[in-house]
Design a protein around this ligand. Structure first.
Ligand SMILES: [Fe+2]
Length: 356
């Protein structure tokens, strides 16, 4: 794939990940999860779809939840800086040789003209600039629950060949903030951004294309803890898949939930600023126990194994290609039985005090 990115037309100026569309099989069950538990604001509701946003957001939606026959991810949408960037997107993807559709405003409610593609990794991706504005509820504290969610933060997608996926996203102007490798050079995952945070999209090595999760941000850790308490109180603790915890990668405080169809939703806060041009890349050793959880807690096997089907532009499930390289789950769950919390020659806090 790196060969095909060499002479491509200028890519569109992507601002950030902007919204996702998920297909669910029981819209009422999903409505409780996304509005009753997570507290997302309903911008618009039809018989078969919910258009949702978080409290800081003023575009029409950051999540569409749509009733359908098979649970799947139908769209990953990025906002571009100007209307002219749609022309750049169209030319860029036509040169990549993938399916491209230019769709008129209103094809998705609240969203202007857009370019939809099946990207070279096999994901349904949309680029748009115009979008309907709605009221920003950031100071509607009368509506904020104790678990208030601020905004969409990122997508995490599963793909068999992470270096190829990284090259593709670099061709789209994304930069790497962190990645996971081993001494043999196998790359297990990479985090890439346009907005100045750790990521807009994370690339997880595995059978793909599949959606690993989408993530929403809160301002405070306490809001994430409240969501856990809320789930316990309504006897839905089985919808907590992993966490709460502190990530090594990204430094974020996290919680992974499963919606009623098993779509994984991360609630995320406290990552860091990456906007300077010389922002240093952090590379983690796949054997480092603290990369996924800073406190060393093990990762549940389902988190590595399960992911959502993705659809093509006509709503048909995309075929999945198997990853042939080593998987992170093999390292973590113990195929090689080797991992570490600290290396023997590594300086640690209790030896060096505050001299870091
Ligand atoms: Fe994430």
């Amino acid at each position: 794939m790196s060969d095909t990115t060499r002479d491509l037309p200028t890519p569109p100026d992507v601002i950030r990940c902007a919204y996702a569309e998920l297909v669910v099989t029981d819209l009422q069950a999903s409505k409780w999860f996304y509005t009753g538990l997570l507290g997302l604001v309903v911008t618009h509701e039809t018989e078969d779809a919910l258009y949702l946003r978080a409290f800081e957001e003023y575009l029409h939606h950051s999540l569409v939840v749509r009733q359908g026959p098979v649970a799947a991810a139908a769209k990953f949408a990025y906002r571009v800086r100007t209307p002219q960037d749609l022309d750049l997107a169209e030319a860029h993807y036509r040169a990549l040789g993938v399916e491209v559709r230019r769709v008129p405003a209103g094809t998705t409610r609240g969203i202007g003209e857009a370019v939809q593609v099946v990207d070279p990794l096999g994901f349904p991706v949309e680029f748009f600039h115009e979008a309907e504005h709605v009221e920003r509820f950031h100071q509607r504290y009368d509506l904020h629950g104790a678990g208030a969610i601020s905004r969409l933060d990122h997508f995490n997608v599963v793909t068999p060949d992470v270096p190829a996926a990284r090259a593709y996203y670099e061709g789209l102007g994304f930069k790497v903030s962190e990645d996971i490798e081993d001494d043999e050079g196998t790359v297990y995952a990479a985090w890439m951004y346009r907005k100045p945070t750790v990521h807009d999209v994370a690339l997880t090595g595995g059978d793909g294309p599949r959606m690993h999760h989408i993530a929403f941000a809160t301002h405070e850790r306490s809001q994430i803890l409240h969501l856990c308490d809320h789930l316990g109180a309504v006897r839905r603790s089985d919808q907590i898949e992993r966490g709460p915890g502190r990530h090594g990668v990204s430094n974020a405080f996290y919680l992974y939930l499963l919606d009623p169809d098993g779509h994984r939703i991360e609630i995320y806060t406290h990552d860091y600023y990456t906007g300077d041009p010389d922002n240093p890349v952090i590379t983690w050793d796949v054997h480092d126990n603290q990369r996924r959880d800073w406190w060393g807690n093990p990762v549940v096997p389902s988190w590595y194994a399960n992911a959502s089907t993705v659809l093509d532009l006509d709503g048909t499930p995309r075929p999945v290609t198997e990853r042939t390289q080593d998987r992170e789950s093999d390292v973590t769950i113990g195929a090689d039985g080797f991992s570490y919390t600290r290396k023997d020659d590594e300086a640690v806090g209790f030896k060096v005090g505050h001299q870091v």
